[in-house]
Ligand binder design. Structure first.
Ligand SMILES: C[S@@+](CC[C@H](N)C(=O)[O-])C[C@H]1O[C@@H](n2cnc3c(N)ncnc32)[C@H](O)[C@@H]1O
Length: 286
């Protein structure tokens, strides 16, 4: 491993544009272990996060680098591969629907924002909402989208995945709306104002519910945060979804915050929100 001084020297001597190309090249080198490839991708461009954190995360996800690399068909599809925090999330989603008198048959169309390979959509299709006719996902990671779409087509699924930036929903989806929009583990890669715009955009496209999971603040309930907090170790953000829902044209139907408790390394902060009728003006049914 290189010393901090050596890493700094590489970063200051080689322009970022070239280091980005090297990071992409390294990712393709099968003679390096997966861990080494991931380490190099992150170390080569660490300063990028300080310059423009949103662009840094988009770069890593777009090229399936660093933390994106473990997203593979063999380790993500199937109930046995569902992370415990997500099992809890979907159990809470089901509970929330029951508590509000919403039968599963009410959900005929679903959009997942930041769907990766589509493994959560597949679970929704087979287990939670088998009557849903429209199941669509958007993700910026082309490698994951292509691998997932291939697997889903071979499985006889109705799911359709699209590669694109979720900050371009209007361009990608036009005026389409969905009964349910799911967005888990995604908004943490966007700064507060962009995350809030996303919440507003999702509320404007949903007819029944927007279901979100994000990073839990370890000490204060997220709903008490005045501003989003940056998590230094991976340049992600701890947001207050509750406030974003209220300012974005929705009401919180149910929520859960488990503080510092971790389930296999994941914290629990869920918000299930209903859109106000006015948030959706002008949109069409998918
Ligand atoms: C931590 S993974 C979560 C995947 C899945 N939602 C889950 O909960 O298991 C984050 C996902 O968000 C996607 N993502 C991040 N920023 C994005 C953006 N700007 N546009 C589209 N997808 C994005 C990544 O490519 C990745 O698949």
């Amino acid at each position: 491993m290189l010393t901090e001084a050596a890493k700094e020297a590489i970063r200051s001597l080689i322009p970022l544009s070239m280091r980005k190309r090297v990071a992409i090249w390294m990712h393709r080198q099968s003679w390096l272990s997966a861990e080494r490839r991931s380490w190099w991708s992150l170390e080569l461009i660490r300063d990028f996060a300080e310059r423009d954190v949103n662009a840094y995360h988009k770069f890593l996800w777009t090229h399936h680098l660093g933390y994106a690399a473990p997203y593979e068909v063999s380790t993500r599809f199937g109930a046995e591969n569902m992370r415990p925090s997500r099992q809890t999330f979907f159990a809470e989603l089901r509970r929330c629907m029951e508590a509000h008198g919403l039968p599963a048959t009410r959900i005929r169309s679903i959009l997942e924002v930041g769907c990766s390979l589509g493994y959560q959509l597949r679970y929704l299709e087979t287990d939670l909402f088998p009557e849903a006719a429209v199941l669509e996902g958007i993700d910026i990671d082309r490698q994951a989208v292509q691998a997932g779409q291939h697997y889903l087509a071979a499985s006889g699924s109705r799911i359709s995945l699209q590669c694109g930036d979720i900050q371009q929903l209007d361009r990608l989806l036009g005026q389409r709306t969905y009964d349910l929009i799911v967005c888990t583990g995604v908004l943490m890669y966007l700064r507060q104002s962009e995350a809030a715009d996303m919440v507003r955009g999702m509320l404007s496209r949903s007819r029944v519910m927007v279901a979100m999971a994000g990073l839990a603040h370890p000490v204060r309930d997220n709903q008490a945060l005045d501003v989003s907090e940056a998590r230094q170790r991976d340049h992600t953000f701890v947001h207050n979804f509750d406030a974003m829902v209220k300012s974005g044209g929705g009401s919180v139907l149910a929520r859960r915050w488990d503080g510092a408790r971790q389930v296999e390394g994941q914290t629990i902060y869920f918000v299930f929100a209903a859109p106000h009728e006015s948030a959706r003006s002008g949109r069409e049914k998918a």
